[in-house]
Design a protein around this ligand. Structure first.
Ligand code: PSU
Ligand code: MN
Length: 308
C-alpha cells in the first residue's frame, strides 16, 4: 500500500504484526513535551517493559527526519526524550512534518492515525486532550476528540487531563459517538485524581469486556475509537480540590503570558509540576504504568477474539 513508504516498523513490532500477536501503541508527546528529562526516558522504557512482561509488544510512535517510526530503538527513544529539536505533531501537523523531514513527537490524535495505518488496535497513554476550560470563548478543543470520533482504536487513559473541562469533554464524546468507559469505576477519573464527581456512561470490570466492546463496535462498522478511562491507583491519587486550585492558578498564568494553541498543554503540565513540587509528576508516572498493565491485558483479550 502507498503509505508503507512513510512508515518504518521496528523488527520487534513487525514480527508481532506478522505473527498476529497483541500489540500496544504508545505516544511520544508525553515523552518529549509532557515530562522532564531524564525521567521521561525511564518511564518510557518501564512502560514498554510492563507491556512485554504481560505478553504484548509495545510500539512507541514518533517521527524522526520525516520518517514515521512504529517502535523506537534505544537511541531513538533517547533522542526523543532529550532533544530540544522535537516538535509536537497532531493530525494537522503530520503532512508538513513528513514533507519537511522534521522530528516530532506524536499526540494522541497522531498516534491513533499511525497505529491505525499499522493495524494496531490498542493504544495506551496518560491522559487525552479534550475540551479546555473556557472553550466557549477560546474554541480550544483538542484534535484528540475528533480523532476518537473517526479512527478505530481503543485508547486507555487515566481520564481527560485535569486541565480540561470534564463535563464538556463528556458531552463532546457523546455527540460524536465515542463510548466512554470507566474501567472498574463509575466515575470519570480526572487524571491526577480518581475522582471527578461525574458519572461515566458505562463501566466495565475486565479486559475481556473491553475486547468484546471493541469487536462489537468494529464488526458493525461503527467508525471511531473507544475511550477506556482507568483511574490512577489509590495510593497516588491526589486530592481533587487541591489539584483543581493549582490547575486554576496555572491556567491564569498561561492567560497572563498569552500562551495558547499547542503550547498550552505542555506549559500547564510543567507549571502544575512546579506548583505541586513534583507530586503531579509522580502521579503522572504511576498512572501511565498502571494504564500499561490494563492496555496490555486488553490487547491480549482482543487478540483472542480475532482468532475465534
Ligand atoms: N497526557 C499527558 N501528557 C501529555 C499529553 C497527554 O500526561 O503531554 C499530550 C498528549 O499527547 C495529548 C496532547 O494528545 O497532550 C494534547 O494536546 P492538545 O491539548 O494540544 O491537543
Ligand atoms: Mn488545543
Amino acid at each position: 500500500m502507498q503509505f508503507y513508504k512513510y512508515l518504518e516498523v521496528k523488527d520487534e513490532v513487525f514480527q508481532a504484526l506478522e505473527q498476529k500477536k497483541p500489540i500496544v501503541a504508545l505516544e511520544s508527546t508525553i515523552i518529549s513535551h509532557g515530562m522532564p528529562y531524564p525521567e521521561n526516558i525511564t518511564v518510557a522504557k518501564n512502560v514498554e517493559n510492563i507491556i512485554r512482561s504481560k505478553g504484548a509488544t509495545p510500539a512507541t510512535i514518533a517521527i524522526i527526519n520525516g520518517k514515521i517510526k512504529v517502535g523506537l530503538t534505544e537511541e531513538e527513544l533517547e533522542f526523543m526524550g532529550s532533544s530540544k529539536d522535537v516538535l509536537k505533531a497532531s493530525r494537522m501537523d503530520l503532512p508538513v512534518i513528513i514533507a519537511k523531514r522534521l522530528n516530532a513527537a506524536t499526540t494522541v490524535a497522531a498516534t491513533m492515525i499511525i497505529s491505525n495505518l499499522a493495524d494496531i488496535r490498542v493504544f495506551v497513554t496518560g491522559g487525552i486532550g479534550g475540551v479546555h476550560r473556557k472553550a466557549q470563548q477560546t474554541f480550544d478543543i483538542s484534535a484528540d476528540l475528533q480523532e476518537l470520533a473517526k479512527t478505530n482504536i481503543a485508547v486507555v487513559c487515566a481520564g481527560p487531563k485535569a486541565i480540561l473541562d470534564l463535563e464538556l469533554t463528556k458531552e463532546y464524546l457523546e455527540t460524536f459517538g465515542v463510548p466512554l468507559i470507566g474501567y472498574q469505576t463509575d466515575e470519570i477519573p480526572s487524571f491526577y485524581s480518581r475522582r471527578s464527581g461525574i458519572k461515566v456512561p458505562y463501566r466495565i470490570d475486565s479486559a475481556k469486556e473491553a475486547g468484546l466492546i471493541m469487536k462489537a463496535k468494529w464488526d458493525l462498522g461503527l467508525q471511531g475509537g473507544i475511550l477506556i478511562a482507568n483511574p490512577i491507583p489509590e495510593k497516588y491519587s491526589m486530592d481533587k480540590e487541591t489539584i483543581n486550585k493549582i490547575v486554576d492558578q496555572a491556567i491564569n498564568e498561561a492567560e497572563d503570558k498569552g500562551i495558547k494553541g499547542k503550547e498550552l498543554t505542555p506549559f500547564l503540565l510543567s507549571k502544575i509540576k512546579e506548583l505541586t513540587k513534583g507530586e503531579s509528576l509522580e502521579a503522572n508516572i504511576e498512572l501511565i504504568l498502571n494504564n500499561a498493565i490494563v492496555g496490555a491485558e486488553i490487547a491480549i483479550e482482543y487478540n483472542k477474539l480475532g482468532k475465534q
